[in-house]
Design a protein around this ligand. Sequence first.
Ligand code: B12
Length: 316
Amino acid sequence: MADEALSAGAVARRLGVAVTTLRTWHQRYGLGPSEHVPGHHRRYTPADLARLEIMRRLTAEGVSPAEAARWARQAPDPMPAATETIARSRTRPPARDGGGTIPVGRAGPAARGLARAAMRLDAAAINETIAHAMAAGGVVATWEGLLRPVLAGIGERHAATAGLIEVEHLVSRCVSEAFAAASRAHATTGPARILLSCADEEQHTLPLEALAAGLAEAGVSYRMLGARVPVAALVEAVTRTGPAAVVLWSHTRATADPTQLGALLAAPRRPLLVLAAGPGWRADALPAGVVRPVDLAEALSLAVAVRDSLDQSRGK
Ligand code: B12
């Protein structure tokens, strides 16, 4: 190990960060050099380097340094042969998933089966499991009991190992397709009074797709703008279509700029209800008049209530 160990300067160059940043990560988060040769400065081992690469990558993605450090410290030691590749790469995961399982907490056997199918990248089994759950229990039960635990488990494993990206993508794709099929199966008529949109730069669409499928199941028409909607485009859509409710999804702090909500409230055709949905939004930073649902069921019932009150006021 000794001849593979690196000085702080060499590590800083490889990672593209300042030596002072390395020092801060060492002092504040315990991510320092672990090799000690008496009479010399401590040096960074390949395992130290792999942990620092996770730290660099996650902080660059907007994860807080304290949270990134927690994941970095939990990362398993890489194989020596893999370390060089890891250190050179900016985008590849620092440790590859070597099998294992996706944790699903207390979720039932269907979720465990889905997690196993996901690990095998078995799209047919994933699709079948989701379709079966949708047919048996509907959108909310499928989301809460099956999909959410597996998605959260994938996120957990990914954060700890930086692996499973292929699993995350395949499962996301299958979930999207299942929700799209459910939405088509319950095709609604009448004006779309609910507008669904992701915040600017937000790529996490699945919860919004769950809401869309839930609305379709409840017979409520909606319009879905999908991922990464710039605020000007969102306001334009509101101005042109005059929705009664707008649901703006933000999954991470990085996309939760409350001025987007302010723009909706100031739009010429201000919606009756503006929902800030998703874990990105900070409850204490929302403009007055914005509602923050806690889960899919609440978002659904608020949207259905708006539709019902409009129908009543129009004497339908
Ligand atoms: C699938 C996934 C992706 C897919 C998304 C595909 C898609 N079409 O949506 C892809 C691959 C695109 C992706 C990209 C990225 N991702 Co991602 N992703 C996930 C994953 C695994 C699941 C997301 C999801 O659908 N969650 C749904 C449930 C599981 O989330 P939940 O928090 O429990 O949600 C509850 C609340 O939101 C609440 N709720 C409150 N109001 C409402 C309203 C409604 C209507 C609903 C339904 C629910 C609800 O109820 C929900 C449960 O029902 C998560 C892990 C996770 N735990 O979420 C990471 C995760 C969100 N991603 C993460 C990251 C870092 C990224 C990337 C930056 C990675 C990268 N290097 O590019 C990019 C982000 C790009 C961007 N700018 O948006 C991090 C975020 C860390 C952070 N705190 O900031 C996570 C947490 C993974 C991790 N642990 O590191 N991701």
